[in-house]
Ligand binder design. Sequence first.
Ligand SMILES: *Cc1c(COP(=O)(O)O)cnc(C)c1O
Length: 396
Amino acid sequence: MISKENYKVNSNGYYGKFGGAYVPEMLLPNILELQENYLEITSRPSFKKEFDYLLKDYVGRPTPLYLAQRMSEKYQAQIFLKREDLCHTGAHKVNNTIGQILLAKVLNKKKIIAETGAGQHGVATATVCALMGMECIIYMGAVDMVRQRPNVERMKILGAEIRAAESGSKTLKDATNEAMRHWINHPTDTHYIIGSVVGPHPYPDLVARFQSVISEEIKYQLIAQIGKDYPDMVIACVGGGSNAAGAFYHYLDRPEVQLIAAEAAGLGIDNKKSAATTFLGSEGILHGSKTLLMQTADGQVTEPYSISAGLDYPGIGPIHAHLFDSGRAHFCAVTDEEAMHAGIGLSRLEGIIPAIETAHAISALDKIEVKDKIVVINVSGRGDKDLDTYISWGKY
Ligand SMILES: *Cc1c(COP(=O)(O)O)cnc(C)c1O
């Protein structure tokens, strides 16, 4: 039995035992400024009006909720695809960056910083900075800059300055450290845009609220199509967990809706090369919050691996740690190989080439019983950015 517990954040910034704000003392003023203001600002009618306007006319919302006929036949279920892949910039991430840049403006910030791993969040941030005419600095690991060259160039075209993180493994966590350091040194005029439901409170809740537009739309789109506002099941992939948090949000306290999260197993959960945090992780502090993360016995963060750049993260947001811990959501681990097959499967059945992150969510259909169920899958992004990965995998 799922309890009637509230799965949203509590007033102290916790989801069950996960969450909080574990930051160095020098970052506290920035974090407190956000904690004290984010709910009041984002609930102002003037804020909501501009947010809704940009989501509609700039991002292209509402995104369609499409009944996938051929896929439904294959699985003998009613499968709806929530088409976040049709958002401007090709994924859900822009919902959050628009919300955060509007918040930064109200807080009178002049500059934006962000960190990026694969470059997707960097591109979504550079996009809204161009839109608002704000200065944008993106920190990126030097190794990632080589691996993700097209996104580096996209960010430059959009006018962002890219700063290479040259410390440690020269990847995402090093870029995060440098962005934090920058923020400590520029507390008054700079806002740090975090790209998923991770980081110190209030970021996980802030990002979940901006992404919750996804399930807000699903509710009224389902009423129009099936006469009730909820499905039997919602499936989404989890890197940090922002698209999943958005797709689950309005169903968190509706136990009749099963929540399914797909994590990246990489080469397999028995292999060292994986990113399946709920299977391999343990409690600890990552990126300023208490959550589940992959770490060694002495607490060193393990370098994650997934074929999908967006799921290649050593933790999950605290909301997902709690959904896992409480049993509210079911987590499955999808290998690289399974995800790639599922991506080709969706392409052939529905004419939609998904992002490889999304392909992990599609693969969940083969791991759980969906027969006769009404299922919504969040199609978090499109596959254009992943064409090279599809090509080098080659089995199509
Ligand atoms: C970044 C990304 C993800 C993973 O991020 P979440 O915060 O877990 O949603 C998933 N899908 C796509 C297309 C992405 O770009």
